[in-house]
Design a protein around this ligand. Structure first.
Ligand SMILES: *[C@@H]1O[C@H](CO)[C@@H](O)[C@H](O)[C@H]1NC(C)=O
Ligand SMILES: *[C@@H]1O[C@H](CO)[C@@H](O)[C@H](O)[C@H]1NC(C)=O
Ligand SMILES: *[C@@H]1O[C@H](CO)[C@@H](O)[C@H](O)[C@H]1NC(C)=O
Ligand SMILES: *[C@@H]1O[C@H](CO)[C@@H](O)[C@H](O)[C@H]1NC(C)=O
Ligand SMILES: *[C@@H]1O[C@H](CO)[C@@H](O)[C@H](O)[C@H]1NC(C)=O
Ligand SMILES: *[C@@H]1O[C@H](CO)[C@@H](O)[C@H](O)[C@H]1NC(C)=O
Ligand SMILES: *[C@@H]1O[C@H](CO)[C@@H](O)[C@H](O)[C@H]1NC(C)=O
Ligand SMILES: *[C@@H]1O[C@H](CO)[C@@H](O)[C@H](O)[C@H]1NC(C)=O
Ligand SMILES: *[C@@H]1O[C@H](CO)[C@@H](O)[C@H](O)[C@H]1NC(C)=O
Ligand SMILES: *[C@@H]1O[C@H](CO)[C@@H](O)[C@H](O)[C@H]1NC(C)=O
Ligand SMILES: *[C@@H]1O[C@H](CO)[C@@H](O)[C@H](O)[C@H]1NC(C)=O
Length: 365
């Protein structure tokens, strides 16, 4: 069962998900813009908002927690989905996932190309000790016998490592350290059904047991979903993606959809460029980096001037954040001793244009 195939039907039926169509441009029929490459090996932790120039929430909403990204169905027809803006052209996708438990709920990790080659991990919510593997070539879903069934203990309460290892010759599905399935190029209808074009990565949870679905789909999903018994949550902790090509873009040079027809355009990918950007430190992070002595000094200073001044201090911080003065003060590399840190901090504080002093304020010293 192809997650995106059925979603497309669902979309057509209830006008639910514009983003979940097969692909915007199918290179088998058209000349399409080149795919943005990943071109590197990288691990993303989903415990905080992901860079939205690299990953795109294409439907509903995702909630980030310490544990990872929550994909939750709380209401009818919700189907949160995250999609990479980058593509890989063969490679490794290692996803650490807890499936959503519940009949009629399907969690999935999907590699999908523009011409509808697809590689799947799918968890059907009624069975918390199993995962299905699947693949499609060029959207050919005429056969429903390609799924593999694999045992995984406590798939809903424990993170497991579901890894796809994908080359032009073979496709492997690994669970934790164990190889559970191999598909050779030749074995997929002589290669015709073998996924072989640049693919992006999609995480999602989907109410396959919604009454609007076909009976076959509902049955496969383990019956109708009971929305009242929800919410149903899939958690993605982290993902490592290794693109086996390094380049800027992937281009279809003809309409064959064969891997030989893909041209790797040389250069740095926009994803690599984005990853190499030095993250801007927040004020809180700069504060965290201060020595204990400096922090203590600042606390003492605050304590000395009392509660009124403390609130004024906060006001000062908020105000000075604009001019960057406190940031500068906290960040200044020339502060090589704790003493100097305090001196600077205090003098900056006093020199500041902070004229709205609350009554009772006394300068520190
Ligand atoms: C992100 O997804 C939205 C919704 O599907 C789409 O409109 C937008 O173009 C996507 N952005 C990128 C950078 O792909
Ligand atoms: C694109 O081509 C495929 C097969 O080559 C065909 O099944 C599909 O209907 C075509 N799609 C469009 C939008 O023309
Ligand atoms: C890819 O990155 C991971 C960490 O994210 C690292 O453990 C691994 O060695 C890297 N592999 C290669 C081939 O660079
Ligand atoms: C997310 O997890 C990583 C790896 O465990 C950790 O280094 C990082 O500090 C965490 N970030 C947040 C915001 O919790
Ligand atoms: C995330 O999902 C877990 C269940 O796996 C739940 O306990 C937690 O409350 C959820 N948090 C958010 C912010 O959605
Ligand atoms: C869940 O799936 C696994 C793998 O196919 C299988 O071994 C197990 O018997 C299934 N459990 C149930 C309750 O269907
Ligand atoms: C689709 O795949 C099936 C085997 O799974 C094969 O019998 C059929 O010929 C394929 N269709 C096309 C158009 O390649
Ligand atoms: C996940 O599984 C793959 C395949 O067995 C393995 O190469 C990788 O090191 C594992 N990752 C972690 C973090 O254990
Ligand atoms: C759906 O779940 C609710 C809450 O758990 C329960 O009361 C109700 O009986 C369930 N409905 C069905 C049809 O199982
Ligand atoms: C597509 O391009 C590849 C690589 O250049 C070539 O081997 C193949 O014959 C071409 N196929 C078609 C149908 O043009
Ligand atoms: C890619 O980036 C590196 C370092 O950021 C730079 O030296 C190199 O010239 C860039 N390559 C191209 C093709 O732009």
């Amino acid at each position: 069962m192809s997650f995106f195939y059925v979603l497309a039907l669902l979309a057509a039926k209830v006008c639910l998900v514009t983003a979940q169509t097969y692909s915007n441009c199918n290179p088998l029929n058209k000349t399409c813009p080149a795919d943005q490459a990943l071109g590197t090996n990288h691990t993303w932790y989903f415990n905080s908002t992901v860079d939205d120039t690299i990953w795109n929430v294409t439907n509903d909403q995702i909630y980030y927690t310490d544990e990872g990204a929550n994909f939750t169905i709380a209401e009818k027809l919700q189907s949160p989905t995250l999609q990479s803006n980058f593509y890989i052209f063969f490679g490794i996708v290692e996803s650490h996932v807890k499936m959503a438990k519940g009949g009629g709920v399907v969690s999935s990790v999907v590699l999908e190309s523009d011409d509808l080659d697809e590689i799947d991990w799918e968890w059907v919510g009624y069975n918390t000790s199993g995962v299905q593997s699947n693949y499609y070539g060029k959207g050919n879903d005429s056969s429903w016998d390609r799924a593999g069934y694999h045992y995984v203990p406590n798939a809903d309460t424990e993170f497991h490592n579901y890894t796809t290892y994908w080359t032009a010759e073979k496709l492997e599905w690994w669970i934790d350290e164990e190889l559970v399935r191999t598909l050779n190029y030749e074995d997929a209808l002589g290669g015709k059904n073998y996924p072989q074009t640049p693919s992006n990565i999609r995480y999602g949870v989907w109410p396959a047991g919604d009454p609007s679905e076909s009976l076959g789909t509902i049955e496969w999903a383990g019956g109708e979903i009971n929305y009242t018994a929800g919410p149903y949550t899939m958690v993605v902790q982290k993902v490592r993606v290794h693109d086996f090509h390094s380049g800027k873009e992937y281009e279809y040079t003809n309409h064959s959809g064969s891997w030989e027809s893909i041209k790797v355009v040389a250069g740095n990918s926009t994803t690599v460029t984005e990853l190499n950007k030095v993250p801007k430190e927040t004020l809180a992070e700069k504060w965290a980096k201060l020595s204990t002595g400096a922090k203590t000094g600042i606390y003492v200073a605050i304590a000395v001037v009392g509660a009124g001044a403390a609130s004024a201090f906060i006001f000062f911080c908020l105000k000075q954040r604009k001019s960057g003065r406190l940031e500068h003060a906290l960040n200044d590399a020339k502060w090589d001793s704790e003493r100097t840190e305090m001196d600077n901090f205090q003098s900056e504080w006093k020199q500041s244009e902070w004229r709205h002093k609350p009554r009772g304020y006394q300068p520190v010293n």
